[in-house]
Ligand binder design. Structure first.
Ligand code: 5RP
Length: 235
């Protein structure tokens, strides 16, 4: 159960709500993945229920987002039906000063990049700990890979100077499998000096579906922190 007394949970809740408040009626909304975005999805649902918001359709970025959207009564659509989104709300694992991101902590970055990149306005919801001066300084870069290509892709990632590791499930008894049935390699780089070129180089390795570098996509970063025991949200 979610501990609503925990200040960190309260702060995530407030960041999620702040993003959900930016959603307007008659819009197509990208629904991101993760514990912070989950609160945004919940609050969009609440606004729909009270009638404050009308005529919203969501595009989920993962099975998790889809389940939450159904739970909170948000009608869903697909990219076969709509051409673009008005707004997308999503979390991140690292954010640099240029608003470039590392995503994929929840193994959903492939669908997230597709959906978030189609939005007129992409809002990222994070807590202060995710802000870094250089991407790769704290978080390993997630790369979604076809299962049969795991070994050759790992070799290529090593040649690029990374330390790749196959992502295992919490019980360590098997690998994490993505919503698309693929595997995730987490690659630790000492630092990522040129995210735009690394994004392209990794995506060019045969067998790679997508990596978690989101370069030039984010419009607004909403950052939550706890000050004097209270949640504070800054843009
Ligand atoms: C999932 C993601 C998440 O958005 C990211 O991991 C942040 O999640 P949280 O809000 O739980 O910290 O990229 O693939």
């Amino acid at each position: 159960m979610v501990d609503t007394q925990d200040p960190v949970v309260t702060m995530k809740q407030e960041v999620g709500k702040a993003a959900a408040r930016r959603v307007q009626s008659d819009s197509v909304v990208g629904l991101g993945t993760g514990s912070t975005t989950a609160f945004a999805i919940q609050y969009i649902g609440e606004r729909l229920k009270t009638g404050e918001l009308k005529n919203i359709v969501g595009v989920p970025t993962s099975f998790q987002a889809e389940v939450l959207a159904r739970k909170y009564g948000i009608p869903l659509t697909t990219l076969d039906v709509i051409e673009k989104l008005d707004i997308a709300i999503d979390g991140a694992d690292e954010v640099d000063p240029q608003k470039n991101l590392i995503k994929g902590g929840g193994a959903a970055h492939t669908r997230e990049k597709i959906v978030d990149s189609l939005a007129d306005l992409f809002i990222v919801v994070v807590d202060q700990s995710k802000l870094v001066t250089k991407l790769g300084s704290t978080f390993a870069l997630p790369v979604e890979v076809l299962p049969m290509a795991i070994t050759p892709v790992m070799h290529q990632l090593e040649k690029l100077g990374g330390k790749p590791e196959l992502r295992m499930g919490v019980k360590k008894d098997g690998p994490v499998v993505t919503d698309q049935g693929n595997l995730v390699i987490d690659v630790k780089f000492d630092s990522i000096d040129d995210p735009a070129s690394l994004e392209k180089i990794i995506n060019n390795i045969p067998g790679v579906l997508e990596n978690g570098l989101f370069v030039g996509l984010a419009d607004i970063i909403l950052v939550g922190s706890i000050q004097d025991g209270k949640p504070v949200i800054e843009e």
